[in-house]
Design a binder for this molecule. Structure first.
Ligand code: ASP
Length: 448
């Protein structure tokens, strides 16, 4: 039995939904279907989830919500009409919106209740369409499916007990359509996962029903070894491991939500990324282990928006607790760090730029000087991280030398290198302005 998840672009309109229905019914093993809310139909379009969020925000600001509400109804109305389904569901959406906005039961999670309606409605539509086409299909609410989550509105985490519940779904007949993106707390309150969370639902369902495969349908033929907006027509990756995928998505690959693979990974369920517009293409498999044949470096990820906090103090290496004390200051200020490369007398802490306002920056610098009695503290903004990813890379000769020569050719100075602790990646910190050039040069070195 397979789980197939269809992302926002795959369910953006009736044409796409017909493709989805064909994909589902062309393989009898595709039994558990998880759907997103309708995404963008074109670049200028707005995702239905964003419309629901706007509606909620307008409501809180006491602005008029009529036009956004109408946009939502039009999106679903068009889909229903084009699929020749009854438009009764529109009245349900309308009363759902009223309920989410005014019912006391949603006092803590109104936005969640609104956001969830995008996937919930779409799941109902898809199930009605499959039924109309003569297939045995049913909509299954996440509560009924047993997706139990922590009480964290908009940031829910799945609870372990869900998996046992989900397993029971195997005995149900027909194709089951489950809306992604949300679950219910033990007290029955609706909470959504973070944005992009339908991937999380897909992965949870795959783990729960012990699927043979988790297919993630999106709008690309496969995962590419480098960002296709930086390198034209980059190579497709056929197989990569969970670890590699995690490293890649950390540093800018937006194929998956970071957390999404964890449940599938723990249950060792293979994942396949496929294109709804091109479903006969094999796509990219994500597995626990791969043969190393494919080359040592499997992908190059890159991401901007980092800064480095550089601290130096003579004889730092002999001072017990220095690292801990430095990081404690960050803990006190509620800042998380990404990497911490160090030398004998200095240490850099890499932080996502958005976390450090100018006021926080001053406060942290002052505290470090005062409490740690250091020689220098400096902050360098506008950094980018480039990661070379590939299992077994560290046991191969010459990867670093090839990489540094690629940086040299692109005339980009390496500010920092981090390897070692991770067996699957090598990280380079550079000035953000040189990122694209460096990535293209690395691509030439490793893939051409
Ligand atoms: N619809 C939600 C979002 O846009 C969840 C998802 O599509 O995965 O974030």
């Amino acid at each position: 039995m397979k789980v197939a998840k269809f992302g926002g672009s795959s369910v953006a309109d009736a044409t796409m939904l017909r493709k989805v229905a064909d994909i589902i019914t062309s393989d009898s093993e595709r039994k558990f279907i998880v759907v997103s809310a309708p995404g963008k139909r074109n670049k200028a379009d707005i995702k239905v989830t964003d419309l629901f969020i706007e509606l909620g925000e307008r409501f809180y600001q006491k602005d008029n919500i009529d036009s956004v509400r109408q946009q939502i109804l039009d999106r679903f109305g068009d889909i229903l009409q084009d699929l020749e389904l009854s438009t009764e569901l529109l009245a349900e959406i309308n009363s759902g919106i009223e309920d989410a906005l005014h019912n006391e039961r949603y006092a803590r999670n109104r936005i969640d209740a609104l956001k969830a309606m995008g996937e919930d409605t779409l799941a109902k539509i898809l199930s009605a369409f499959l039924q109309k086409e003569g297939h045995s299909a049913s909509y299954v609410n996440p509560k009924e499916a047993g997706i139990i989550v922590s009480d964290d509105p908009s940031n829910a985490q799945v609870l372990e007990e869900s998996y046992e519940q989900l397993y029971k779904l195997r005995s149900r007949d027909g194709i089951l359509i489950i809306p992604g993106f949300f679950g219910f707390t033990r007290n029955g309150e609706l909470n959504t996962f973070p944005r992009g969370g339908s991937d999380i639902t897909g992965s949870i369902v795959a783990a729960g029903v012990k699927a043979s495969l988790y297919e993630n349908f999106t709008d690309v033929d496969s995962v590419y070894c480098v960002n296709p907006t930086i390198v034209d027509n980059p190579k497709e990756i056929t197989v990569l491991t969970y670890k590699e995928m995690r490293e890649l998505s950390y540093a800018g690959f937006s194929v998956f939500h970071d957390e999404a693979l964890i449940p599938a990974f723990k249950a060792r369920i293979p994942v396949c990324v496929k294109n709804t517009n091109n479903p006969t293409k094999p796509g990219t498999m994500i597995v626990s282990e791969r043969e190393k044949k494919e080359g040592t470096v499997i992908g190059i990820a890159s991401s901007k928006g980092f800064l480095s906090l550089y601290v130096s103090k003579y004889l730092m290496n002999r001072e017990i607790g220095f690292g801990k004390n430095l990081l404690q200051i960050l803990v006190d200020e509620g800042i998380s760090f990404e990497h911490a490369p160090s030398g004998i007398d200095d240490m850099s802490v890499i932080i996502r730029e958005g976390q450090l306002s100018p006021e926080k920056e001053d406060m942290i610098i002052n505290r470090i000087y005062k409490e740690l009695e250091v020689d220098t503290v400096t902050i360098h903004r506008d950094l980018a991280m480039i990661m070379l990813v590939g299992e077994g890379m560290n046991s191969t000769y010459g990867v670093a030398s090839k990489a540094t020569s690629a940086f040299e050719k692109s005339k980009v100075n390496i500010e920092m290198i981090n390897q070692g602790s991770s067996e699957v990646s090598m990280m380079f910190g550079i000035k953000a302005e040189g990122m694209d050039e460096a990535v293209r040069s690395l691509y030439k070195e490793f893939f051409n």
